[in-house]
Design a protein around this ligand. Structure first.
Ligand SMILES: *Cc1c(COP(=O)(O)O)cnc(C)c1O
Length: 388
């Protein structure tokens, strides 16, 4: 048994906070009514959804009727992309995105390509950034949608979304702008009114709510097709009986995350301690930027090491980490994000992502910094390519 257990995979998922669970509890037990029912059990459930929607809208600075609940961040991403593509296909079939998006976005786009849509995947610089000029230059008369993620889940790069949205609208006011903000919401301040995007997605389990709840902001006036037809839920735009406890939990989690954004400073300080100490190990590179990086993200590549072996030994030492995104960690393909920013294949194979959160303590960082360097040294000693 390891002396300690350190969870450093918060970009994959976070713990459900006790406060969130407590807020959800009544709706998992006695308040079980269907929000569409007219009797009191239904009305109480419906009131809880209304309150959650208002809370989320006020925290993100949009209108309550612009927030739609979904079953995940992936669903919100799929809905925004496919819903716009199908609604706008007679106006144009060109979409712009980047090479470093989450698979929920990339695979939705690939599926549209099979149906005859054309997608431009923008390159990023070596730190994972796209520029407003670069995006605007790709916008055409038939560009119906631009999607750029707010912050990258693997390397933590924060994109200039506000400037990108402005540049797109200046080039073509009819082009809609969507941002996958799943990693950004709750980690950095977000003000939708100032941002100027038409759509924005978020997910509960990345901000200490449970897995299986997300939301999509859709600006009033945007024409979008449904992804899930059904009853009249979510103003007839997303069928399915509402997941009342999870909706309540999402609102509570967002409230606590936004209320605790100052915690970001403490998380950032821990992140920088990790980055400084780990990059001091020879033949190690930081992936992603030093500035303009998510407070909880560390991503490094170690030469002469396989990321999978590293993960295994860290796991044995009680440290939960990942090589890149959780979704692709079971495949041995190198990360598409690292390849896109120009990391050589061998180094992409030797990558490690440590993602921390407000749950993380200085003692956790001490522990990682005690265990990691000797493990790296041990693995390198076994590599035929490494000679000190
Ligand atoms: C986790 C994540 C998603 C998917 O959200 P789920 O709720 O897990 O479906 C989408 N985009 C980004 C950037 C993510 O980090």
């Amino acid at each position: 048994m390891a002396e300690r257990l350190v969870y450093a995979d918060n970009a994959a998922t976070t713990s459900t906070s006790p406060a969130v669970l407590e807020a959800m509890m009544p709706y998992l037990t006695e308040v079980y009514g269907n929000p569409s029912s007219l009797h009191q059990k239904g009305r109480i459930a419906k009131a809880a959804i209304t309150e959650a929607r208002e809370k989320i809208a006020s925290l993100l600075n949009c209108k309550p009727n612009e927030i739609y609940f979904t079953a995940s961040g992936s669903e919100a991403d799929n809905w925004a992309i496919k819903g716009i593509a199908y609604a706008m296909k007679n106006r144009g079939r060109h979409i712009i995105s980047t090479k470093i998006e989450h698979h929920a976005v990339l695979h939705a786009l690939e599926s549209l390509e099979k149906e005859g849509f054309e997608v431009t995947y923008l390159d990023t610089d070596s730190e994972g950034r796209v520029t407003p000029e670069q995006v605007a230059a790709a916008v055409r008369i038939d560009t119906i949608l631009v999607e750029v993620m707010y912050a990258n889940n693997e390397i933590g790069t924060i994109e200039p979304i506000r400037e990108i949205a402005a540049a797109v609208k200046e080039k073509n006011p009819k082009t809609l702008v969507f941002t996958d903000a799943v990693q950004a919401v709750g980690a950095i301040p977000i003000n939708i009114a100032e941002l100027g995007v038409d759509m924005l997605s978020l997910s509960g389990h990345k901000i200490h709510a449970p897995k299986g709840i997300g939301a999509l902001y859709i600006r009033n006036g945007v024409r979008i097709n449904n992804l899930i037809d059904g009853g009249g839920q979510e103003r007839s735009r997303r069928g399915g009986t509402e997941n009342v406890p999870y909706i309540v939990g999402l609102a509570k989690a967002l409230e606590d995350a936004v209320g605790g954004l100052d915690e970001g400073k403490r998380v950032e300080a821990m992140r920088d301690r990790l980055i400084d100490a780990i990059t001091a190990i020879p033949h190690t590179r930081l992936n992603g930027p030093k500035e303009g990086r998510l407070p909880g993200n560390v991503n490094v590549s170690f030469e002469f090491i396989e990321g999978e072996s590293l993960l295994l030994l860290l796991d044995m030492a009680g440290i939960c980490a990942s090589t890149g995104s959780a979704c692709s960690s079971s495949s041995l393909e190198p990360s598409h994000v690292l390849l896109a920013i120009g990391v050589p294949v061998e180094q992409a194979h030797g990558s490690l992502r440590l993602s921390i959160s407000r749950d993380t303590t200085d003692a956790d960082i001490d522990y990682i910094l005690e265990k990691l360097p000797p493990i790296v040294e041990r693995l390198r000693a076994m590599s035929p390519l490494y000679n000190g």
